[in-house]
Structures are given as C-alpha cells and as structure tokens.
Design a protein. Sequence first.
Length: 332
Amino acid sequence: MRLTQKKLDKTLKQMDYIIKLYKKKYSKVEKRDWRTYEQRLAYRIKTAAKELEPIIEEAYSSIEMAKEEARGRPRDITVPKKILILLLKEIFQLSNRKMANLLMFFTVLSGIDTSYKTVERVYSDPIVRMTIHNMYAILVKKKGIEDADLTGDGTGYSLTIIKHYRNVSGKKGVKEGKKTEKGRKLFAYSFGLMDIDTRMYVGYGTSLKSEKEAYKRAILMASTMGITARSIRLDKYYSNRTILKDFPDAKIYIIPKKNATIRGPKEWKEILVRFIEDIFSYLSEYYQRNNSESGFSVDKRMCGWKVWQKREERIDTCLLCKGIWHNMMLIG
C-alpha cells in the first residue's frame, strides 16, 4: 500500500465513526459468573497469602549490605516484617494508627508490636524500598516473562480527601502537578506496563510530577529486569514519533492524533500503513489496552484510590505496594 497524507487525513477524520462501528461489531460484554469469580478470587487471595512471606524473604536476602556498627536500641522489627506491615496496611486500607492498633491485638500471632509513627517511618526505609523493587523482579521471573506483548496505561491516586482522580482527570483546567490552595499536590501518578498474557506488571513507575515521568520509570524498571517488548499498546498521550525511541524493536499499536503526518522515519510510516491497511485488525490489537484500564480499576478497589502519605518517597513506596498486590494476586 502506498501511504499518502490524504489517505491518513481521511482515515483520522472518520475515526470516531470507525471506532463506534468497531465496538458495535466486535466488542462483547461478557456476563460475569459471580460464583466462579468469587471462587477464583478466594483462590488468588489464598495463594498470595501463602507466597507473600517467602517472596519478601527472597527479595530481602538478595540485597548485599555492608555491616555497620550497631547504634542505639536494637531493631525489634526486621525488614521483612516491615514490608509485611506495609502490604497488609495497603490491602486492608488502614490508617497508620489503625494498623498499629490492629498489630497490638495480633502481636502474639504476628510477632510485631509497634506504634503508628514507626509504621509511617517504614515507608521511608531505603532497604524496604529496595526489597519491594526486588519483589517485582522475583514475581515476573516466577512467571517466566521475558519477551512480552505489552499494554500500558497510567492513572492518578488522590493525595487529598476532597478530590477523586476519576472525577476530575481530563477536565478543563485540571493539569498534571496541580496543587491545592495550601500548596499540596492533588494527585500522584502511576504507570503500569502489563504483560497481556499474564496480566502482570513488568514495569511500574510513579511520580508526583506527571504521568509521563511515571511512564519513563516504568520503562526503566522493565529494562532493568531484562524484559523486552515484542509489541506495545498505548493511548493517544503517547501517539507520536518519540515512542519509537522507547520501544525500538516492538510492534507498536497507537491511534495517531488528528494532526499526525506521514513525515518521519520508516518505522513511523510502517505503523501508519498497518493502521490504515486493515484498521479493524489493528484496533483489535490496540484495544487490548483495556486490560491496563481494568487492572488499575481492580487495584483501586482492592487497595483504595487515596494515598495518605505526605512525603514524596513515602508516596512512592505506597504506590509501589499497590502494584505489588496486583502481581501477587496473579502469582497462582
């Protein structure tokens, strides 16, 4: 097929109609079997609970630390137990004080006895943060993910009780990095690169500045874990030629912006040709992006849409814990 600007402009002009027609013809709303769903969910929770502590221990044991002379009071809480506190706190959506009080009730069973201030400080512990990062690598390795078909999407988590990301994102005047009158930012951003086959996050990034920064960090995590992209699907926010630098060897599925041109390298033209040549097949690949949107929806129902922490590194740790729970539920 010979690509021309005229053909591209014509296709982009008709995109709203084409997408509507595609969804009408190919999209299927499957009726959920709630009994099967509940059974599957119970199995996932049971498996995650069984595997949680061994994975934390494995992630922590892979960190090499220089021996330091002991100072002050000996630590009563080990790093693995600190991580267990954070992960349980996130999935049960508890405040620091409620988590500390709950631990007092179960101290005989858990071996953990601590205050709410200690719980908050755990979010800043660099060894805790390193161990959580290692948990991503271990979970991905257990699934044998290396060369993957990926989909990616970002979302925001509210930093204030008065604003919900879903209700204000995309609205006129609400920009990334927007702050309240008291100078506090409204949202923190997460971006997840998901393996379509397993639905696991193989790259997970966070940022207080923008979704784009979280996206860059997600790509970096995937790269450090040795993940290569066979294909990638991203929304219009990333529909420009710079995506070729981020995924040079992947088959890219994006919907070009309305002002897109055919100018650019050969790889860019190849994307546009595939887009125009068989648009319904192209859209069937592109709309596997829905897995990413569904993933974040599940994450927020499971771990909440609000982040209570105020310091940047603590917000980052909190969001990483949400991503860990997503992967833990898929380990079985």
